[in-house]
Ligand binder design. Structure first.
Ligand code: SF4
Length: 488
């Protein structure tokens, strides 16, 4: 196929033209402190470290002697909170949330934590993940009189908790009953008048870990948030585990892991921060390993290896070490192009990418360059960067990708809602190479990718690469319809 027959431009309208990457949709943080330290401020710092998991809204809820106080809004963590707000949020338990959503769901009422009042009191919860049966549950609840304030699936969980809490003797029984009803991915932090609770779904799709700082127990999506507040990593919450944290320490309830656990392998490819450890594996090491295996699977004669910032940098290092080709910095990323960047119109998009990235001519001129990136989703930005390298004098540009072709939509909390958005879904590797203008293109194999989390004891979800979802998922059309309203 001639590259001109299919224009990547047609995929651009719905995408962030300058940042063609899948997005994690949430990060969660929770702290329980017996000494009533400044839990809101600690949560604020924890959310700062998790900002890469969600940049559209942020929120913190605290328990002040049984009353829940909270603040949440659209924006980055430092835009949503200031000293005055944090000083107001006093208590000994706090939970926090950062959220990313697709356009339709970018609403203030969908910001979390979700705070609910019910017959027996109040609770707040924050969720990373996506329930695949939320539409059915929501319809059933509405038929029985429920009225929802938001369009996200976290409120469905909140509603189920409040409903079962009235009928069940204990909170533990309530949570077990809720887990029995909901299907999908969920790493939850819940704040009750007396306890901080963490729950990870039976498949363990999204990560959640436990830390300790003096008298504070902490729950966080990633260990980098524990490091940020000076806490020591204790362990990961296990798939299918509920941890209840109170004055008497941690109580664990094993609600039951799935027969095969399915941690999202994309956390290692791109989503998590490289300084995090997930289920005992260093994300940084996994990415280095991916680059190393990629160099074995797709060798090439070249003069320089560069990484596409930031996701491709670690894998590029692994590729360079294995191949013996020198590693260098060939691309610079402007870190100040963010959420508030005014979107250029179609005709100005080349300018937009040039503002976000620039090639370092002195490093690449006259060289055969290997550019390593973690993934190609739509291919629009990749094509522009390849062209940018060639304009800056690269003799050849060989694209290497440290994950397999991304072909299938994710139903578990990543913002790829349709295979139509995925260039690899409809095109062969050779066609994609032509479309992005690369001299060659090589993807890491799935077998290779599965070797990268060295020492891991868990199973992985690899559905976006092979379509093997760990549970029944909605038809693509249903996912689309719901995802516009219900991302968490
Ligand atoms: S489909 Fe892909 S991105 Fe989604 S949970 Fe599975 S591995 Fe992760």
């Amino acid at each position: 196929m001639d590259g001109k027959d299919f224009s990547l431009d047609c995929m651009e309208d719905s995408c962030r033209f300058w940042d063609d990457k899948p997005r994690e949709e949430c990060g969660v943080f929770g702290v329980y402190n017996r000494d009533r330290h400044d839990v809101a401020r600690m949560t604020y710092y924890g959310l700062y470290a998790l900002q890469h998991r969600g940049q559209e809204s942020a929120g913190i809820a605290v328990n002040d002697d049984g009353t829940i106080l909270y603040h949440k809004d659209m924006g980055l963590v430092p835009e949503v909170f200031n000293d005055v707000v944090l000083n107001h949020l006093k208590g000994k338990i706090a939970i926090g949330h950062v959220r990313y959503s697709t356009t339709g769901a970018s609403l203030r009422e969908n910001a979390q934590p979700m705070v609910i009042k019910y017959k027996n009191g109040q609770l707040a919860l924050a969720h990373n993940g996506n329930l695949v049966n939320a539409p059915e549950l929501r319809t059933k609840l509405e038929e029985n009189g429920a009225m929802f304030q938001s369009t996200n699936d976290t409120e469905v969980i909140a509603y189920l908790i409040s409903r079962y809490r009235v009928a069940c003797e204990t909170l533990e029984d309530t949570l077990l009953k809720v887990m029995n009803d909901i299907r999908g991915s969920y790493a939850l932090v819940i704040l009750t008048p007396k306890r901080l609770i963490g729950i990870r779904d039976p498949h363990g799709i999204r990560p959640l870990c436990i830390g300790l700082l003096d008298n504070s127990y902490i729950l966080a999506s990633e260990s980098c948030a524990l490091d940020a507040v000076g806490a020591q990593f204790i362990r990961d919450v296990e798939p299918g585990e509920i941890v209840l944290i109170g004055d008497d320490g941690i109580k664990s309830i094993k609600a039951g892991a799935a027969e095969k656990t399915n941690l999202c392998i994309f956390e290692f490819v791109y989503l998590a921060r490289p300084d995090s450890f997930i289920d005992g594996v260093s994300v940084h090491q996994a990415r280095i390993e991916a680059g190393r295996i990629l160099a074995i699977e797709h060798p090439v004669e070249a003069d320089l290896v560069i990484g596409a910032p930031d996701g491709g940098l670690n894998a590029a290092l692994g590729f360079a070490r294995q191949s013996g080709i020198p590693y260098g910095q060939g691309l610079l990323k402007n870190r100040y192009v963010g959420r508030t960047f005014i979107q250029p119109d179609q005709g100005q998009r080349e300018t937009g990418v040039r503002i976000k990235f620039n090639a370092i001519r002195g490093e690449i001129e006259g060289k055969r360059v290997v550019m390593v990136d973690d993934s190609i989703v739509r291919g629009t930005t990749t094509r522009r960067i390849v062209q940018m390298l060639k304009n800056a004098g690269a003799r050849e540009v060989h694209m290497r990708v440290s994950s397999p072709p991304y072909k299938y939509p994710c139903h578990f909390g990543i913002d790829i809602s349709s295979s139509k958005q995925l260039v690899a879904s409809n095109h062969s590797v050779d066609e994609i190479a032509k479309m992005i203008g690369a001299d060659s293109l090589g993807y890491l194999s799935l077998e290779g990718l599965l070797q990268t989390p060295v020492g891991s004891r868990c199973g992985f979800c690899t559905a976006c690469f092979n379509g093997m979802y760990p549970m029944e998922v909605p038809e693509e059309g249903n996912k689309l319809a719901f995802s516009r309203n219900a991302k968490t």
